[in-house]
Design a protein around this ligand. Structure first.
Ligand SMILES: [Zn+2]
Length: 55
């Protein structure tokens, strides 16, 4: 399950459709355009670090 986080107001939310991994163009809470990014889970961050070490 992907989660999104707004950099402006730190509002966290999940998409209605779990298959959707594209962040919305604006925050549904504060309405700031371009402020929403994908929030990586701790597991994904650890995996990324492992990839860096291996290569
Ligand atoms: Zn926001």
């Amino acid at each position: 399950m992907v989660r999104f986080v707004c950099q402006k107001c730190t509002f966290r939310f999940s998409p209605r459709n779990p298959e959707n991994r594209d962040p919305p163009s604006k925050c549904p809470y504060c309405d700031t355009p371009g402020s929403v990014l994908i929030e990586q889970s701790a597991e994904e961050l650890v995996k990324d670090i492992d990839d860096i070490i291996e290569h």
